[in-house]
Every structure is written in C-alpha cells, then in structure tokens.
Design a binder for this molecule. Sequence first.
Ligand code: NAP
Length: 378
Amino acid sequence: MKYKELGKSSVKIPAIGQGGMGIGGYLSKDSHQDDNQVKALRLGFELGMTFIDTAEVYGNGHSEELVGRAIEGIRDKVFIASKVSPEHLFYDDLLLSAEKSLRKLKTDYIDLYQVHWPNPKVPIDETMRAMEQLVRNGKVRYVGMSNFSLRQFKAAQAVLSENEIVSVQVEYNLFDRNIENSILPYCESESIITIAYSPLDQGQIAGDYKKTKALEMIANRYNRTVAQVALNWLISHPSVIAIPKATNPIHIRDNASAADFELSDEDFEEISRVFTQKYIYAPTDRIRVIVGNRQVYQTVDEALENKLSFVPSPLDLAQDIRKDEILKPIKVTQSTDESGKYDYDLIEGRIRYWAWVIAHQGKKTIPVYVCEEQKVNA
Ligand SMILES: NC(=O)c1ccc[n+]([C@@H]2O[C@H](COP(=O)([O-])OP(=O)(O)OC[C@H]3O[C@@H](n4cnc5c(N)ncnc54)[C@H](OP(=O)(O)O)[C@@H]3O)[C@@H](O)[C@H]2O)c1
C-alpha cells in the first residue's frame, strides 16, 4: 500500500481506502448481507485499505453500524471518515448527529468528520463552530468537506479559527474529471487531500465500453486489471486518494493492490488523453427528466414547491448556482424518447437540473456529461 499525508498533519492514510455506501444499504437500511459485508470490510483492512468512508445517511445509519462491527478489536488500526448530512448543519443538530454516529460506530472518536453536502440555508460559520467544538472535545480529529465548490470550501476554511480543513471529498474518475478545473489544483497547492469518490464510476469503468478497451490494453501490459489501472491513475495525482466500494472479495483484493505499481509517464498521459470527455451545454427543455425509479419533479412549479423536502431545495441550490455557475455538470444519455421532443435523458443530477432551470428561468443551457450508456444515480 502507498500512503499519503493527511493535509498538513503528520498522519498518513492509505492511498486506496474503502467506500461505505451500499454497505448496510443505500438510502434505507438493508441488513440482508450484514455478515458478508462486515467480512468484506475486514478483508479490506487486512489488505491495507484501513481508511473507511461512511456517512450517517448510508443505509439510514446501518453502514456506520457495520463499520462499528468491523473495527471491533482493531479500532486503532483503522481511520474512520464519516459525514454529517446537509439537513443537520445547524450547531445543535450537528453535535447530535456526531453523537449518534459515534454510538453506531462504537467508538469515542471519528478520525475525519465531513460535511456531506453544503446547505445554503445554514450559515457556514455555525456549522464550522460545531465542527471545532467536536475537535476540542476530542470527538473528531480532523474536519473535511464533501461536494463543496472551491468558493464554498474557501468560505468554510475562512471561518475556522483553530483548525484547517484537511480534505475535500468529490466525485473523481476517468469519466468525470471536472475537479481538474478548480478544486484539484487548489488541493495540490495547499496540501489538502482530495478523496475521490465513485473512483470506478460506480463500477462502470470496469464495464464493457469503447473507452475502457483502451484501458484494457494498458492494463494488459502491466498484467493488471482495468480497475487497478483506473485507480492507479487517480492516485498518481499527489493529493488524491481513492475510496472504491467493493463487497466481492475478488474486487477487494484487486483494489488493495492497485497502488502497488507505477504507471509510466507515457501511459499516464495516454490514459489522460483517451479520457478527455468534456461536458457540453444543452438546452434544459431538450432534457427529459426521468431518473429511474427515483422520485423526481416534472415541472418547475413542483421543484419550487419542493414537496419531497429535498435538502438543499432546488430553490436554495439555485441561489448557490448563481454564485458558482454550477457545482458539477449533470449526467445524461442520448434520449430514447421517440417523439423527437428530447435530445437527452437525465440520469444524474435531478435537483441540480431544476436548480439550474430556476436560477436562469430556463433560458440558459446547462452543462452536461453525455454518458455512453444508461445508468441511474441519485
Ligand atoms: N460524498 C459523496 O457524496 C459520495 C457520493 C458517492 C460515493 N461516495 C463514497 O465513495 C464510495 C465509492 O463510490 P461508489 O460506491 O459510488 O462507486 P465505485 O467505488 O466507483 O464503484 C463501486 C462498484 O464497483 C464495483 N467494483 C469495486 N471494485 C471493483 C473492481 N476491482 N473491479 C470491478 N468492479 C469493482 C463494486 O462491486 P462489488 O460491490 O460487487 O464488489 C461496485 O458495484 C462510496 O461507497 C462512498 O463511500 C461519496
């Protein structure tokens, strides 16, 4: 395993950790596979992936419970990163969330406590005051952010008086390299760890796509798998660690040894060249809003009303979008609609889509990644 320094601290964390979303369920609890999932986490720890990322929202708390089981007897060997949800960012709520997470994790301290998503409704200084209180009490060792834009990240750092933010967790994989335009260079220059989430694009990288064929050729030269090459490419960036989620023992072993080789400069460049998908701009009314079986608003009025109580609401997010342009592009595929009304089907970013429509009264084209095949995310 390769290690990286956590921010400006002297703590070293593995370059490949483990993702905890889907361990114990996604948005609701799933306890069908508890024993297997605890076993999977423990195998990962034994193989050196001792960084585990979880969140209070994963499996509605069950992910943290399973992590708590997996670390029994080896707490000091494992670096636990958890996250507080955007609806709990007021001072008292945040402290309460941390207590609940500590209980579920069966530990006295969380190594890295991250704000999962920004919430424009809550003043950032209130959130960060609670974070500093947790650090003062020894309940949290380090503070991190997730899904923050560079502007939001700097604003959060500016209100901290006793701590520095050590990490930012963002989506980063060969199919989504958006962070290279802003937050990644900042992290590299400020020695802040970039935690790459969905590093395998939710398993798509290892799928059978045109572009992964190129990766396969490189992987063969190293006698490695496509997933290993994709992870290695990510962690070749000095500030980046990757947190693939895996429950299949073959995948776990594969990921654990993804840091054990060096890509040549030529191969690193070749991969960077092949995966240069840039986002494009599409008219919002040419995008069909259907996101699998997830609940989604169909009209701007529904989005404004926010009956489903999304936090942040599309309206709140619209205010942020006006300041930042957009946090990250939404994802679409070519539309399967035969009426000719739509060019694209939305597959990821149902709140961001409506927030963009609201922010610009439907008059401005939206940045989209056009994905090769259908997959459905939150
Ligand atoms: N901060 C945020 O908002 C946020 C958002 C998304 C994710 N995350 C974090 O990032 C973690 C990872 O992201 P993710 O779960 O979205 O996606 P991911 O890690 O990119 O992909 C997970 C999928 O890839 C498969 N896989 C894992 N290793 C593989 C390998 N070596 N070869 C082939 N397939 C492999 C897994 O299968 P098996 O499970 O069957 O092994 C699983 O289906 C999450 O668990 C979570 O901790 C954070």
